[in-house]
Design a binder for this molecule. Structure first.
Ligand code: BGC
Ligand code: NOJ
Length: 811
């Protein structure tokens, strides 16, 4: 079914889209570390440096009609035919269209009336510039004279101001033009030391920088005045809306082709002189960039560098299993999405505007779990940045701006799970790298200027914070909410003008979260294991005691008979209990109690999971809770604001599905684990219903209570990416970094004969072959490392640079 709009090409690691009118715009990201572009299958989207709010290069109008309008546009004027190689914005029907979304690049090829155009968009590694390489080929059999126009609309850098404060922005726009390069220098005259440049590596035949001149006040992007007239006007923008447009007259003999590139760059002046003459921008860095990419072979070489970069990253983890969708997700697309969520958290996608949310405290800690094996040094820095937004009592800023790394309270706070995720990310980093020195790194508390505590201090503060913030049942207080942002038990909002995320007061409140209790178990056990690796038995014992005490509290206070309750509200009533009319059973508490180790000896873990299967599992994934809330409950908050079946109100929230996948692995049921894994796996979904990209996870699939069951939303920026990679590779395939070696503990479907995997770990490469001759799911019977049998299931750490051959058999 997915074939209708495109298909995977696994060998080139591309998703090939074969028609432009996809069910929703299908997005790709350009850029790998500092400079990013959102690029749809029609080249829609925008570009920014580091921070989609504060350093936006190009403008985007959200929720436009059509949905995806505005982006990297090229117009071709061929006789009477006006068309776009990326189809938008004119939408002239094409004779051929193909979009290949690859790792960090998008290549769109199209053809009209014998003219073939190929455009490759990417951001060369290390560069703060987007390169659009264009090749125009005359296949018509006769000579052709055509005009090509380029177009971008500049954003005046601060994206929120740019779209709201026209009384100012209409008077500040400034540009300069030199040869084929258009410089956007709004506010450079005063406090900005950066500018944007949109240049062409070929000589141009005209340009425009005024939107009114190029598009026209009464025209649209689909019929820009200058293109209709066949000539740019060489306009210089003074205020209003600066744009970058070039005109190229191309005369192509039959069979001839021309290649050139556009370069859209962000230039930071650094310590260079700002001006080369009074009021005139010092363009040296911009000029150098154009020269660099105008040189023959430069673009090919940069693209090669991008490929090498991804080959290196993906080389660290690859698997061959009997399940093709698992292979293509784990080997390529899931890891790729993990890089994106690591870079962008929840800031910029087609569902996040880049002007709202920044880096989430809990989100970024979780995103790191799927990224840490790729570039551990970046993960290290991220952990320290996140820790720096914690307050000295243990509370955290819920969000921070990537540019300033400063916490942002406007978007809410007092989420009493936030701090615990820092323990998970730090332990994952140390297990991956062995670098315990991070614990001694100095990170201050955000509310204590000059504080010089260590990261380990932050972890202990986090443990202490949960232990101290306890409610009447001895369970952790929930604060504004826990992982489920919408379970707002202290909000009681009756005012439509307030945000659920900021309303309400948690001081003195007594609502409690069972999920936080389970997460605490997990975090305390992780920290204890770390202390054990550090040979600090007294600290282990202290944490083990805190763990044991919380475990008793959970078993005594949170068991409902068939599953774990979810919470207690401010009045002490249970949530997620058979006693409730709606919201009787929730995913999160089953997942975290079980992952934290509850219910093992008393059989409750297995029972809770059977209840999940019975009440929550559907072919489209596991529903967050059942039954949905049919009406608004002010004592529950935002969760009951959504119509049944959507988002946190009984939607399929893919992120928390993955915790159940891990739970099935813990319980040893590999058949369920894979069945559940595939239920939310994008390439396995029917695309007409699912609608989002088939190659990346979405946050949410509408549940069976919704009017549109099976329909996905919020693709790309979701915690699903990291956790599903963890579930597949550490849960199902059971290749787990440990403090003193790689642990092999698969839990696979019984009919899998086995699988192979390559995993780089602490500088060595492990070639792993697992076989399953007795058709079981779990339990390693024999482990042979470089020809030597080893007892247990832990492979000792091998010397850096070595290749280790591992074979294991499931019992
Ligand atoms: C959404 C949540 C999200 C929160 C962030 C809510 O409206 O339902 O999924 O985490 O906003 O602020
Ligand atoms: C999305 C948010 O980014 C995440 O932090 C939250 O846990 C989930 N929604 C669930 O509400």
């Amino acid at each position: 079914m997915n074939q209708t709009f495109g298909h995977f090409e696994d060998s080139s690691r591309e998703y090939v889209i074969t028609r432009p009118d996809t069910p929703l715009p299908w997005l790709n990201y350009l850029g790998q570390d500092d400079f990013f572009g959102l690029c749809t299958n029609c080249a829609g989207g925008y570009t920014f440096w580091r921070d989609a709010k504060l350093r936006r290069l190009t403008r985007y109008r959200y929720n436009n009609i059509p949905m995806d309008l505005g982006g990297r546009y090229l117009y071709l004027r061929d006789g009477d035919t006006l068309w776009n190689p990326m189809w938008k914005p004119c939408r002239t029907s094409l004779d051929r269209y193909e979009c290949r979304h690859g790792l960090g690049y998008t290549r769109i090829t199209s053809e009209k009336n014998g003219l073939a155009v190929e455009v490759l968009f990417f951001i060369p590694p290390g560069e703060t510039a987007e390169v659009w390489q264009v090749t125009v080929r005359n296949q018509s059999g006769g000579a052709k004279s055509v005009q090509l126009f380029s177009f971008v609309e500049f954003c005046l850098f601060e994206a929120l101001n740019d779209m709201t404060n026209y009384q100012r922005t209409y008077s500040i726009g400034e540009v300069e033009v030199e040869g084929s390069a258009i410089y956007h220098k709004t506010e450079f005259r005063e406090r900005r030391n950066h500018y944007a440049m949109f240049a062409c590596t070929r000589k141009v035949d005209g340009f425009d920088t005024s939107r009114d001149a190029f598009v026209g006040v009464h025209n649209g992007l689909h019929d820009p005045k200058a293109v209709l007239a066949g000539a740019c006007t060489n306009s210089l923008a003074h205020g209003w809306n600066p744009v970058g447009a070039h005109q190229l007259n191309l005369n192509l003999e039959a069979g001839a082709e021309e290649s050139f590139a556009f370069v859209l760059a962000y230039v930071d002046q650094g310590t260079d002189e700002k001006f080369e003459a009074p009021g005139i921008l010092n363009k040296n860095r911009g000029r150098a960039l154009v020269k660099k990419y105008a040189a023959p072979g430069a673009v090919t070489c940069a693209l090669e560098k991008l490929r090498t970069f991804w080959d290196g990253l993906l080389g660290a983890l690859s698997v061959q299993t009997p399940e093709p969708n698992l292979n293509r997700m784990v080997n390529t697309w899931n890891q790729y999405q993990c890089m994106t969520t690591f870079n962008l958290s929840r800031s910029a996608s087609l569902f996040e505007t880049g002007i709202g949310r920044g880096m989430g405290f809990r989100d970024s800690n979780q995103d790191l779990l799927g990224f840490v094996h790729m570039i551990p040094s970046r993960a290290r820095q991220r952990i320290l940045d996140i820790a720096g937004t914690q307050l000295c009592d243990g509370a955290c800023y819920h969000q921070y701006q990537p540019l300033t790394k400063k916490g942002n309270a406007e978007i809410g706070g007092d989420f009493y799970d936030d701090h615990l995720w820092l323990i998970l990310s730090t332990c994952a980093y140390i297990k991956e790298t062995g670098d315990q020195s991070i614990l001694e790194a100095v990170v201050g508390y955000a509310d204590t200027p000059g504080s010089k505590e260590t990261l380990l201090h932050h972890l202990e503060t986090s443990i202490a914070y949960t232990l101290q913030k306890r409610g009447p049942h001895g369970l952790p207080l929930i604060g504004h909410a826990d992982w489920n942002d919408c379970l707002n038990l202290n909000c009681f909002s009756t005012e439509p003008n307030e945000s659920f995320q900021t309303a309400g007061d948690v001081d003195g409140s007594s609502a409690e979260s069972v999920m936080i209790a389970g997460l605490f178990l997990y975090a305390a056990r992780e920290l204890s294991a770390l202390y054990q690796a550090m040979n600090r038995p007294a600290d282990c014992a202290r944490l083990d005691a805190a763990y044991a005490e919380m475990l008793v509290t959970i078993e005594e206070q949170a068991w409902d008979g068939q599953w774990y309750r979810r919470a207690y509200d401010a009045a002490g009533n249970p949530i997620g209990s058979a006693e409730c009319e709606e919201g009787q059973i929730f995913i999160e508490s089953q997942a975290w109690c079980v992952l934290g180790g509850a219910g093992v000896e008393n059989g409750r873990a297995a029972k809770a999971f059977e209840s999940v299967h019975q009440h929550l599992f559907t072919p489209d994934g596991i529903i967050l809770q059942q039954p949905p809330y049919a009406t608004y409950h002010k004592e529950l908050g935002e969760v009951s604001s959504y119509p049944p079946g959507y988002k946190e109100n009984a939607g399929i929230f893919c992120h928390n599905n993955t915790w159940i996948h891990l739970g099935w692995c813990l319980l040893g049921d590999g058949d369920r684990a894979l069945e559940y894994y595939l239920s939310i796996c994008p390439p396995a979904k029917p695309v007409e219903t699912y609608r989002c990209e088939p190659y990346v996870y979405a946050q949410m699939i509408a549940g069976r209570d919704a009017a549109t069951p099976g329909e996905a939303k919020n693709s790309w920026l979701t915690g699903t990416a990291a956790w599903t990679l963890v579930a597949a590779t550490q849960g199902i395939l059971g290749i787990c970094p440990g403090h003193d070696g790689l642990v092999i503990d698969p839990c696979i479907p019984r009919d899998w004969p086995g699988f192979t995997a390559t995993r780089k770990f602490r500088g060595a490469t492990y070639e792993i072959t697992i076989s399953n001759p007795r058709k079981h799911s779990k339990g390693i019977q024999s482990l042979v490392v470089d020809g030597k049998p080893i007892s247990g299931n832990r492979i000792p750490i091998a010397p850096e640079g070595s290749t280790v051959r591992v074979t294991a058999e499931i019992q």
